[in-house]
Design a protein around this ligand. Structure first.
Ligand SMILES: [Zn+2]
Length: 155
C-alpha cells in the first residue's frame, strides 16, 4: 500500500513522493514515508513472539509449582512457537526448563520402577520393571533430540 504522495508533517499537504520540500509551506519533507508500515507490522509480530517467549518462561516456572507437568508442556509448545526460540533467552530458558522438567522425573521414576520391579518378591510388580525400562528409553530418546536441538545452530 504505497501511495505515491508524501504528507507534510508540518502542514498536512500532499506532495509528490519524490518531493524534498513541501509545496505548501516549504519545509523539508521526511526522507521517506514508506518504511513506517513494514516496520510497524514486524514490530507487532515481534511483540507477539515476545509474548509467547514470556508465556514459555512463566509456564516453565509454574511447572514446578501449581502446574506440574502441564506447565512444562506449555513451556515447550510456546517456546518453540515463538519467533526465534534459539536466539531468544526467554524462549530458550523456557524450553530447557520445560524439557528437563519432563525428562528428569521420567528418569527418576524409571529408575525407581526398575528397582521396585527387580527387587519385588512377587511377579506382580514385573510391570514396574517394564514401565521403568520404557520410561528410561523414552527419556533417553527425548534427551538425545533435546541436546541435538540445543547444539544445532540457529536458522
Ligand atoms: Zn507543508
Amino acid at each position: 500500500m504505497s501511495k505515491a504522495v508524501k504528507i507534510c508533517e508540518f502542514c498536512g499537504a500532499e506532495n509528490k513522493a519524490s518531493a524534498k520540500f513541501c509545496n505548501e509551506c516549504g519545509k523539508t519533507l521526511a526522507v521517506s514515508g514508506q518504511p513506517a508500515k513494514p516496520s510497524q507490522t514486524s514490530s507487532s509480530k515481534a511483540a507477539q513472539a515476545f509474548g509467547l517467549e514470556i508465556v514459555s518462561l512463566v509456564a516453565s516456572i509454574l511447572g514446578f509449582t501449581c502446574l506440574p507437568f502441564f506447565g512444562f508442556i506449555i513451556a515447550l509448545v510456546t517456546g518453540f512457537m515463538s519467533a526465534n526460540p534459539k536466539e531468544n533467552k526467554y524462549a530458550k530458558v523456557g524450553i530447557i526448563i520445560g524439557s528437563l522438567g519432563l525428562i528428569v522425573p521420567v528418569i527418576v521414576l524409571g529408575i525407581l520402577g526398575i528397582f521396585a520391579g527387580a527387587t519385588a518378591n512377587t511377579d506382580d510388580l514385573i510391570w514396574m520393571l517394564i514401565l521403568g525400562i520404557i520410561g528410561l528409553l523414552a527419556a533417553g530418546v527425548s534427551l538425545f533430540f533435546f541436546i541435538r536441538w540445543l547444539r544445532k545452530p540457529a536458522a
